[in-house]
Design a protein around this ligand. Structure first.
Ligand SMILES: *[C@@H]1O[C@H](CO)[C@@H](O)[C@H](O)[C@H]1NC(C)=O
Ligand SMILES: *[C@@H]1O[C@H](CO)[C@@H](O)[C@H](O)[C@H]1NC(C)=O
Length: 436
């Protein structure tokens, strides 16, 4: 549904400078008349009638020929010619004026209705083959935006062949011809990259100096290809379109390739549907955009949250904090061994004097730093050691002797067994050691 809306948005304007219609539904062996309405066309007009679908005749007898008929009667806006097609076959009509091929639009596949007259074709024998044939390589397929070679036998062609792309109910076009080359086993031909949306039904009609259609036609449904390459497409790229086809109202094909059409002048009947589709499409686009924005932002926030704790060594942060603390080390705070809290600045300074480096950590190694005492924060009372307490003002609280051993590698402590009431604290190697 969404893609339907989007493709509707991408539709080029189908407005032709003029419109045309079948005066009556195409009828077996009867005159087929086409009239032009509107004054914006540039005569002379002509119509290309291309057989569509399989033949209804038994034994695969094909009685239909491609017709290109000029409007050259007294009324330049009308043409009438005998349609030598059997009933229940289908055709596609393309009307052009002097401004270019298919300027009047292309009909959907129209069904030929029955009549009592069947004298115009031989149901037992196919019509003569086209004067020349062409092939496509890779064979029997057209792939969106993928190079295809159209080639032919140059001994059968008069002049340079031209190829027309006829899209039932869509915008037909002249196949752009690249440089023509001769290739072993692939005759004479050129490369063509069909800028046609996958899924589009297209008839490639070959012609030469003798007329359009003298090379026969090749029917293909353009495939998206395995990679669905869309680089050659734009909003004007031809596709089968669900809009009002050219050619007016008539019975359409039984195989579903035709969708029927209102009268060609009745484009207004679809205005409601088109406006609804456009509004729906815009709303859908906005919704998709908001959704994308939401997910993008959520992902970003998520990532930031996730990454934060992983940031073990954010040098900027660390330097800032270290400077603020007046310390010179480069380890983040979280990794600083801080086994003891020294509440009294005098004790801390003594502690440093006694055996800590100026960096505030004990000297590493098994040498250990023996302290005579640490203030006991919980139990007040007289200290048991006094060396570190010199210069203190006021009475000392009770001190506990503690052995600090800092390892610089793994292994058991080789320090002497601690004395009875001496507490031993073994510290893991400093991170600065591990780094080295
Ligand atoms: C069909 O058209 C031809 C001219 O193209 C005309 O001579 C003939 O009378 C027409 N037949 C009918 C039944 O209108
Ligand atoms: C075939 O159709 C093309 C496109 O409308 C036109 O330019 C060309 O003159 C036609 N060829 C002949 C031989 O009528």
């Amino acid at each position: 549904m969404a893609t339907g809306l989007l493709s509707l948005l991408a539709l080029p304007s189908l407005a032709s400078a003029y419109s045309w219609k079948f005066v009556e539904a195409p009828k077996q062996c009867s005159n087929l008349s086409i009239t032009i309405s509107g004054n914006d066309g540039k005569p002379p007009y002509r119509v290309l009638i291309v057989p569509f679908g399989s033949t209804p005749l038994p034994n695969n007898v094909e009685a239909r020929k491609i017709l290109e008929v000029p409007f050259n009667g007294s009324d330049s806006n009308t043409v009438s010619f005998k349609l030598n097609y059997p009933a229940n076959s289908q055709l596609v009509a393309v009307v052009s004026d002097s401004s270019g091929f298919a300027s009047g639009g292309t009909s959907v596949a129209a069904q030929v209705t029955t009549s009592s007259d069947s004298s115009c074709f031989d149901a037992s024998k196919s019509v003569d083959r086209a004067p020349f044939v062409f092939s496509v390589e890779p064979p029997n397929q057209l792939v969106q935006c993928q190079s295809t070679r159209l080639w032919w036998d140059k001994t059968l062609v008069q002049g340079n062949p031209t190829f027309l792309g006829v899209i039932p109910g869509g915008e037909s076009f002249v196949v752009p011809e690249g440089s023509i080359t001769d290739v072993q086993a692939q005759g004479t031909g050129f490369s063509w990259t069909p800028a046609i949306r996958g899924g589009t039904t297209v008839l490639v009609v070959g012609g030469d100096n003798r007329g359009n259609g003298t090379g026969g036609s090749f029917l293909a449904t353009v495939s998206n290809g395995p990679d669905n390459i869309g680089t050659c497409l734009n909003s004007n790229s031809p596709s089968s379109t669900p809009g009002t086809p050219a050619g007016g109202a008539y019975q359409t094909g039984v195989d579903g390739s035709g969708t029927g059409g209102g009268s060609n002048g009745g484009g207004g009947t679809n205005v409601g549907a088109i406006v609804g589709g456009v509004i729906g499409g815009v709303v859908a686009l906005i919704a998709i955009g908001l959704l994308c924005l939401f997910f993008w932002r959520r992902k970003r926030v998520h990532r930031e949250r996730k990454e934060r704790p992983m940031d073990l060594e954010d040098d900027d942060d660390d330097d800032e904090r270290g400077a603020a603390d007046g310390r010179t080390h480069h380890l983040p705070d979280g990794y600083q061994p801080e086994p003891f809290t020294v509440p009294d600045p005098t004790i801390a300074s003594t502690y440093l004097d006694d055996g800590l480096t100026s960096e505030g950590r004990p000297l590493s190694g098994y040498s250990g730093t023996e302290r005579s005492g640490t203030p006991d924060l919980i139990h007040g009372g007289a200290p048991t050691a006094t060396s570190s307490a010199s210069g203190r003002k006021g009475p000392l609280r009770q001190m506990r002797p503690v052995n600090i051993i800092q390892h610089d590698d793994a292994g058991p402590s080789e320090a002497p067994p601690p004395a009875d009431d001496v507490e031993t604290v073994e510290l893991p190697p400093a991170y600065t050691n591990i780094r080295r």
